[in-house]
Write a protein that binds this ligand. Sequence first.
Ligand code: ARG
Length: 377
Amino acid sequence: MKGRRFTLRSVAGDIRWMRVSYAPWMTAETAATLPAELLAEAEAFLTLFHAETATPGLAGRLAQVGTEVAHTASYTLTPAELTYGAKMAWRNSARCVGRLYWQALEVRDLRNVTAAPDVFGHLLAHLRAAFNGGHIKPLMSVFGPGVRILNPQLIRYADDPLNADFCGLLREYGWQPRGERFEVLPLAIEAGGQVQLFDLPKDAVQEVNIWHPDCPALADLGLRWHALPVISDMSLEVGGLRFAATPFNGWYMQTEIAARDLADADRYDALPAVAKALGLDTRRERSLWRDRALLELNVAALHSFEAAGVKLVDHHTATRHFAQFEEREAQAGREVRGQWSWLIPPLSPATTPVWSRRYRAREEKPNFVRCPYSPKG
Ligand code: ARG
């Protein structure tokens, strides 16, 4: 172990900041600011990668990375390293309750894709592959340098107050809303310093209409949601390298949609209308109409997705899976970091196993870093 450490550091000591020919489309930005930091992060990651995946040849790989960094001030992850690094980043995401499945993440290595129309084509393919006929699979696409997706998620609605600022930005690029309900926003793709907008075709966006088995009036509210949460404003950081365009998805938990997106007063604010559809007394708080409407909207979301054949997990199952994740991590000798306020569901949190637990919040690397778009940089 000591010897290996020495191999890399000794190379780091020799670094001169010079840029010798390298293939820029293969190399990510470095997240570390100094070559010594980059090498330290590379070493930490590669050591874990080789140990966890039982890959031989760590010493040789460290020496190779040391040389590459000395010559190019960066280095290139192998496809296997990139894939495993992305899985680790998910495993380390302290706010995610769905981490039991971290090893199942599929990574599309698109580091050679840098032109906006090509990025768009691959995003359409991502949406199709991830939806997988309703059997949603966790998927990530890693694009090349200079690519950035300005949208916070690939699928977002124009009339969701959450997206007001982003809609303002889209307008600056010439987008005009049609003014429809649940209008899907175009993708804003930055490549080589230019931003281009692309409309998502209808068949790329799978949605589910929300209806309630015992309350036909609820369907009349015309509520719906998209099947795939594809986060697109978080950079992946692995081994001191940063990948700015790495959209990734899992599947939804129904509380995200029915207890927040559709229910929050500063989002779709649907509870008063749902309560009305259910015939509840909304004049008195003590009738608990909000709670009853909330519960039935959650029942409706689970029911509608199930009827449509689209994967959606409930919060009891998801938190039980999280407890299993914790057990497995303990067996592997790793501590699970977590942000408790994100891990507990917004509905009946005290009925779930996460409620009584506590976690240290500081996140391990590899990880994701939120990089919301701002025109200034
Ligand atoms: N909460 C976000 C939303 O409602 C999605 C976050 C990611 N969720 C997930 N299940 N992977 O759109």
